[in-house]
Each structure stands twice: as structure tokens, then as C-alpha cells.
Design a protein around this ligand. Structure first.
Ligand SMILES: NC(=O)c1ccc[n+]([C@@H]2O[C@H](COP(=O)([O-])OP(=O)(O)OC[C@H]3O[C@@H](n4cnc5c(N)ncnc54)[C@H](OP(=O)(O)O)[C@@H]3O)[C@@H](O)[C@H]2O)c1
Length: 273
């Protein structure tokens, strides 16, 4: 399958796709673009209203949509998702949910809340890939897409655990890509920079910092789906020249420079030192 050939998506990634974190922002755009390609959808999120809105928008494209109100950090999340999909063939898993849920300096933060960041970004996606990936390998077709972050390339204050988790999934995705490349199961870690999602707007991000590149969710989803057949890692093109990607030698300077930019982005939310 050639990269970005949408007429072949249903054959490679259908008949059903699961989008974990599929109600808002990039997740909603993944869902809509897959619906336009004729792929049925299982959309997962916590808040029912945006979930219903996105599901209805996808249904207008003539596909079947299941709405699953599941907290992906809950201990029974994977069991519930497995039960709700036991009668369908899932050819694509997109794991989009995963913004930082505990933004605190490590020693001042709550350890249980940091562990939930790991649940959302590591434990649950691994379990879902283990569950859905096996049948894809047997069928010799499918796709697994994890949404990552530039934060996984360079340490950030108040994002120690989140950044570490995103670094983990990037390396994990590279290894998985190697393991599945002969089985026609596409694996991609899609690395996002700052993106104008509802979650980030609610978190009060200052998108207007001069010189800051801000991506649009629909463009990010389009680029991600177009790159899925290539794998294993793709940085959204608007952010491909980020200094975080090229900081190999002087890590202290690189981390401090990135820290100063983050301070502006978060409007002074990080203590300045
Ligand atoms: N936006 C950015 O600037 C940016 C930058 C770099 C990387 N990223 C990455 O892009 C992805 C999407 O981020 P986002 O900004 O859209 O925020 P997000 O909070 O991850 O929300 C995305 C979707 O996931 C759902 N979700 C979040 N937590 C969930 C949970 N515990 N259980 C079930 N569903 C959950 C949300 O719906 P509910 O809230 O209703 O559950 C929503 O549909 C994340 O992986 C993030 O790390 C984003």
C-alpha cells in the first residue's frame, strides 16, 4: 500500500477502527477522516457530550459508530473495551488520549497522580496493542498509531513523568515497527508539537507566543494517517525543525532554552529558575 492512498485505507485498516481519545481535537479529526474513508468506528472518551457530537458527525458519512464512555486510566478499561469490540474485526487502533494530567514538580506532586499519567500513556496503550495487535498480525494487515509529543525528546519541568512516558512510547513504537514490518501491520508514533486542541485551550495555553508554531488538529490527523504506512516515527512537519529533535550534545543548554519557551507558553505557570 502506498503511503497516503486513501482509497486503500478500508482494505488495510478496516472494517473497524478504535480511536482511544476520539471525541475531541486530533482524535475527533482522525475519526472523521476515517469515516470519510468508509471505516466503521469505536470512539472512546470520558465526557459523553463531545463523544456523541463526534459520533454523530461521523455517522453522517454513512459509517457505524460505537460510543464507549471509558476512563482509559481505570483498571477495567481494557477489559471493557475488549468486551465492547468482541464481535467486530478491528483493523486499526489509534491511541490519541494522553495529554499531561498532573503538571507538578516531581517532588511536590502526588505519586498516585503521576502513576495515572503512566496508566494513560503507557499501561493502557500497551495492553490495547497487545489485545488488538495479535489478530492484526494473524490477518497480515492493520495499523497501530500512537500519538506522541516533542516533550518526549527533551526534559521539561512539571512534565518529568509525561515527557518520560512519551519518550518510552517512541522507542517502544520503533521496536514494535521492527517486529511487525514483515506482517503488513503498520506502526507509527506520530509526534505532535503544540496543537490547538480543546484540552490545551481549557488548560489555558498561550497560543500567541511570538514565533511559536501551533498546529491545527485536522492537519495533524491528515498528516498522521498519510504517514501511517511509513512508520515508525513521524514528527508533524510544522515542528520538524524543533531544536528538541536535534539537541544531542549540550543537553543542559538545550533543556534550559526549551524551558524558557515553555514558561512563555504556559504564561508563567512554571517557576522561573
Ligand atoms: N495539544 C497539544 O499541544 C499536544 C502537543 C503534543 C502532544 N500532544 C498529544 O496529543 C494527544 C491529544 O492531546 P489533546 O491536547 O487533544 O488532549 P487529551 O486530554 O489527550 O484529549 C484527547 C482526547 O482523549 C480523551 N481522553 C483524555 N483523557 C482520557 C481518559 N482518561 N480516558 C478516556 N479518554 C480520555 C479526551 O476526551 P475526554 O476528556 O472526554 O475523556 C479527548 O477525546 C495526547 O496524546 C497528547 O499527549 C498534544
Amino acid at each position: 500500500m502506498s503511503s497516503g492512498d486513501r482509497s486503500e485505507w478500508a482494505q488495510q485498516y478496516g472494517p473497524w477502527a478504535v480511536v482511544a481519545g476520539g471525541s475531541e481535537g486530533v482524535g475527533a479529526e482522525f475519526a472523521f477522516q476515517l469515516a470519510e474513508a468508509g471505516i466503521d468506528l469505536v470512539l472512546i472518551a470520558r465526557k459523553p457530550d463531545p463523544l456523541r457530537e463526534t459520533a454523530d458527525r461521523c455517522r453522517t458519512r454513512g459509517v457505524r459508530v460505537r460510543e464507549l464512555e471509558v476512563d482509559l486510566t481505570a483498571a477495567d478499561a481494557v477489559t471493557r473495551i475488549a468486551e465492547a469490540t468482541s464481535d467486530i474485526e478491528v483493523g486499526l487502533l489509534i491511541y490519541n488520549a494522553g495529554a499531561n494530567t498532573h503538571s507538578a514538580e516531581f517532588l511536590d506532586g502526588d505519586l498516585a497522580a503521576f502513576e495515572r499519567v503512566l496508566d494513560l500513556n503507557v499501561r493502557t496503550p500497551l495492553a490495547l496493542i497487545h489485545h488488538f495487535g495479535g489478530p492484526m498480525r494473524l490477518r497480515r494487515r492493520g495499523g497501530l498509531l500512537l500519538v506522541g509529543s516533542l516533550t518526549g525528546y527533551l526534559g521539561s519541568a512539571r512534565q518529568t513523568v509525561y515527557g518520560g512516558a512519551k519518550a518510552f512510547t517512541r522507542i517502544y513504537a520503533e521496536g514494535l515497527w521492527l517486529e511487525l514490518r514483515d506482517y503488513n501491520v503498520h506502526v507509527l508514533e506520530l509526534v505532535l508539537g503544540v496543537t490547538r486542541t480543546p484540552a490545551m485551550a481549557r488548560a489555558g495555553l498561550n497560543f500567541d507566543v511570538p514565533g511559536l508554531r501551533v498546529s491545527d488538529p485536522a492537519e495533524v490527523a491528515r498528516e498522521g494517517l498519510d504517514q501511517l504506512s511509513r512508520g515508525p516515527v513521524h514528527v508533524i512537519s510544522a515542528h520538524a525543525d524543533s531544536p528538541a529533535l536535534h539537541a544531542t550534545a549540550d543537553r543542559a543548554n538545550a533543556v534550559l532554552a526549551s524551558h524558557r519557551l515553555m514558561q512563555k507558553l504556559l504564561s508563567g505557570g512554571i517557576p522561573s529558575r
